[in-house]
Design a protein around this ligand. Structure first.
Ligand SMILES: Nc1ncnc2c1ncn2[C@@H]1O[C@H](COP(=O)(O)OP(=O)(O)OP(=O)(O)O)[C@@H](O)[C@H]1O
Ligand SMILES: [Mg+2]
Length: 238
């Protein structure tokens, strides 16, 4: 059974891509076929091969199977802004069926699919669609990346509550240092551990060179494996 996880974050620019790469490397290191998926990317370069987004390229590079760019990122938008605005700029409507179809294609090829969202939890995709609705439609368990900085406790708890209210499991969370000396790191971690009712899957330190660093050792996939066994047991009981 393929494990699919949606990776969201406390904000934009707080380490979702870095954490997703860490999850991919950890799964790959444990011998699984793991693939990254960035269904919607806003902020692409025009290239001879088409629009390319740095997050999607990074996920493609850290995937344990070779997949073409268009399978990692089916909806590529040029403007680096909220996807609903980037889509409007190009006169495009973002079709959730395309996102779903893309996920099915990858899930057929891999044991694990790690799906990176865009921005935060409630990112709009169109006039009447937002990312969280698609995640809920897909019944995806969610991994929350918390970028450790002043204000992140509130953002983390708000996001966790929204995930719960969507009826989705918070499968785990990852703490990511956004500087070499995050604001009251130990106190923030202790508070988040106490208040986020989900396992801590890893702590990623501030890295001098995040693009080339080996990331697998920062992640513990154990709670996700336990979570997937619970899913299988529930499915068998149903
Ligand atoms: N632990 C870290 N150590 C060093 N640099 C980091 C760390 N976490 C994030 N960064 C850097 O901060 C920037 C934002 O990180 P990242 O791209 O992973 O965030 P994101 O949440 O995926 O952003 P977006 O919302 O644009 O998708 C990147 O340049 C990344 O290399
Ligand atoms: Mg990203």
């Amino acid at each position: 059974m393929t494990q699919r996880y949606f990776i969201t974050g406390t904000d934009t620019d707080i380490g979702k891509t870095l954490a997703t790469r860490a999850l991919l490397q950890a799964a790959k290191g444990a011998g699984w076929r793991a693939v990254g998926y960035k269904p919607v990317a806003a902020g692409c370069r025009r290239t001879a091969d088409g629009a390319r987004n740095d997050d999607a390229l990074a996920l493609q590079a850290d995937s344990g199977i070779r997949v073409p760019y268009e399978q990692v990122n089916p909806l590529a938008l040029l403007a680096a802004t909220s996807p609903h605005l980037a889509g409007r700029d190009e006169g495009r409507t973002l079709d959730p069926a395309v996102m779903t179809h893309g996920l099915e294609i990858l899930a057929r090829q891999a044991h694990w699919v790690f799906i990176e969202g865009a921005g935060g939890w409630f990112t709009p995709l169109g006039d009447s669609l937002s990312f969280d609705q698609w995640v809920a439609d897909q019944h995806l368990p969610v991994i929350l990346v918390v970028g450790l900085k002043l204000g992140c406790i509130n953002h983390a708890l708000l996001t966790a509550q929204a995930i719960r209210q969507a009826g989705l499991p918070l499968a785990g969370w990852i703490a990511n240092d956004l500087s070499a000396t995050p604001h009251r790191r130990a106190d923030y971690l202790a508070t988040l551990r106490q208040r986020l009712v989900a396992p801590l899957l890893g702590e990623i330190p501030w890295l001098a060179d995040p693009d080339t660093a080996a990331l697998a050792d920062f992640i513990d996939l154990g709670p996700l494996l336990a979570h997937s066994r619970e899913d299988v047991n529930a499915a068998e009981r149903a």
